[in-house]
Write a protein of this length. Structure first.
Length: 347
């Protein structure tokens, strides 16, 4: 394979490094309702905006963990600024006669092990940045056990210690690369960026037959959205056949422009081979990836018989996890027969 693969080692390294850097910047996104904080490679979300949704510090933690995260860790002023920003766009319901001034969100900071030794949930991490309100923490002895859990005030996100059994709104944080949209079936590989599942076709066939085969497998020919995904798909290809393979890009529709097989998605990303891509040919209407080791693309006649790469939505999200598309919600129902708790939210 590797028809154009005779490149110098130095050049290959340059390519790989470029891919790596681009991958870092485009890595993943947050599900709807979650806000990205790139510095910590995480997404955060306010919970308990309704009074009925408020929880004790420990129960708030449990809920965050069900979203594959934990209570938020605030490492710098940037996170404080982000919390203030999302707080401004969120309506927090107050209890009758409750002062919004003294209410706040649980955060992942506590001194439950040793009095006045404040640590984040990752106990190996020393808390260097602090944002205590004037006079706090005071371990106010009004409550029998003092105050061992930290909250950030609604009004300015500064911190106060409070007794851990108070019921408050809270802020969860989870990694950008969470598997929030569910698991891939056996023999499919999950692309972390899009959360979709990728699989080789396993036989050389014409482009249209390949598309039909992917649809039979509850998917379509793959839509490649960025360098990160291209690299991921290319690795799967190389591990399997290491031959050029059909992807969803084609110009068989009206207008003669390239579009993706799955719907009429605009073509925002391409990775044409620098030479001999065939993309301007009038008879080469279907696209393969893998003309070289780094997974560049070329257009071929659609009647050529090539292996192919399918993409589908994950089978089913974990209980209580947000489903990001109508399609994955449908897939979920088909597999589990119910959307009650499993497909808790369709965005
Ligand atoms: Ca304390
Ligand atoms: Ca206090």
């Amino acid at each position: 394979m590797a028809a154009f693969g005779q490149r110098s080692v130095l050049f290959l390294w340059t390519i790989l490094f470029t891919f790596h850097s681009k991958a870092q910047s485009s890595l993943g996104s947050c599900d709807a309702g979650w806000t990205k904080y790139p510095s910590s490679k995480s997404c955060i979300k306010i919970f308990g905006a309704e009074v009925s949704g408020r929880k004790t510090w420990s129960n708030a933690r449990l809920t965050c963990q069900q979203s594959e995260g934990d209570l938020v860790t605030i490492r710098d002023a940037g996170m404080t600024a982000l919390i203030k920003k999302i707080r401004r766009s969120t309506t927090i319901k107050l209890k009758p006669r409750e002062s919004g001034y003294w209410t706040g969100f649980w955060i992942g900071l506590h001194d439950r092990h040793f009095e006045n030794n404040w640590i984040w949930l990752d106990e190996n991490e020393t808390a260097t940045y602090t944002n205590w309100y004037y006079g706090q923490p005071d371990d106010w002895p009004y409550y029998k056990n003092g105050e061992d859990c930290a909250m950030a005030y609604l009004r300015d996100a500064s911190w106060n210690d409070l007794h851990c059994t108070a019921k408050l709104p809270y802020i969860c944080e989870r990694p950008i690369l969470s598997s929030a949209v569910g698991q891939c079936p056996a023999k499919w590989s999950k692309n972390p960026g899009t959360g979709t599942c990728i699989q080789m076709g396993g036989q050389p066939i014409r482009w249209q037959a390949a598309r039909a085969e992917c649809i039979k497998r509850d998917g379509n020919l793959v839509t490649i959205v960025d360098d990160y995904m291209n690299t991921f798909v290319n690795e799967i290809r190389k591990e399997n056949v290491d031959e050029i393979s059909w992807i969803g890009l084609n110009k068989m529709g009206r207008g003669g422009n390239f579009s993706w097989s799955k719907g009429n998605k605009q073509v925002k990303y391409t990775n044409w081979a620098a030479k001999y891509s065939g993309k301007n040919s009038k008879v080469k209407n279907c696209v393969v990836t893998g003309v070289n080791d780094v997974g560049e693309w070329a257009a071929l006649k659609c009647t050529e018989r090539r292996d192919f790469i399918c993409e589908r939505q994950p089978v089913c999200p974990l209980v209580g996890i947000v489903v990001s598309t109508q399609k994955s919600a449908e897939t979920c129902r088909r597999h589990l027969g119910s959307d009650d708790e499993i497909c808790s939210q369709i965005v």
